[in-house]
Write a protein that binds this ligand. Structure first.
Ligand code: SF4
Ligand code: SF4
Length: 126
C-alpha cells in the first residue's frame, strides 16, 4: 500500500522521479502508456517530489498523514467472570503448550479471588 498519491494534473514529465533523493519513484512505458511507481519502504517523506512537480499533481498530505493498515485480526480470550480482555487465543495456546497445561481465563483480580476461595476451606479446618 502506498500513500503517494498523484492527481489527474500529472503529465508524466518525470521531474519527481529525477529529483527523488531516495530512488523511491520510478516509471515504465508499456503498451503506449507511462506508469509511475512509488515505493513506500524507500520513501523518506522529504517532500522534494512535491516541491519540484510543475503540475501540483502530488498530493503530499497523504504521505504525511498516512493511515493505519490492519495486518491481522485474532480471537480474544476474556475473563470468564468480568469479561475483561486478557490476551489473544493464539497467545493462550502458545503459553499452554509451553507450560503443558490449560490456563484458566481469569483476570488478575478474579484469579486472586479464585485462589483465596480455594485456600479458605483449608484455613477454616485448621
Ligand atoms: S517524498 Fe522524497 S523520498 Fe518520497 S518520493 Fe518524494 S522525493 Fe522521493
Ligand atoms: S513531477 Fe508531477 S507532473 Fe511530473 S511526473 Fe511527477 S507527478 Fe507527474
Amino acid at each position: 500500500m502506498s500513500y503517494f498519491k498523484v492527481n489527474d494534473n500529472c503529465n508524466g514529465c518525470l521531474a519527481c522521479i529525477e529529483n527523488c533523493p531516495a530512488s523511491a519513484l520510478d516509471f515504465f512505458d508499456q503498451d503506449g502508456r507511462r506508469t509511475l511507481k512509488h515505493n513506500m519502504t524507500k520513501c523518506a517523506r522529504c517532500g522534494q517530489c512535491w516541491r519540484v512537480c510543475p503540475q501540483d499533481a502530488i498530493e503530499f498530505q497523504h504521505l504525511l498523514v498516512g493511515e493505519w493498515d490492519e495486518v491481522i485480526s485474532l480471537d480474544l480470550i476474556h475473563c470468564r467472570v468480568c469479561d475483561e480482555v486478557l490476551y489473544s487465543s493464539a497467545f493462550q495456546q502458545k503459553i499452554d503448550s509451553k507450560l503443558n497445561s490449560t490456563s484458566e481465563a481469569l483476570c488478575p483480580k478474579h484469579r486472586q479471588n479464585a485462589a483465596a476461595a480455594k485456600l479458605l476451606p483449608s484455613i477454616k479446618k485448621a
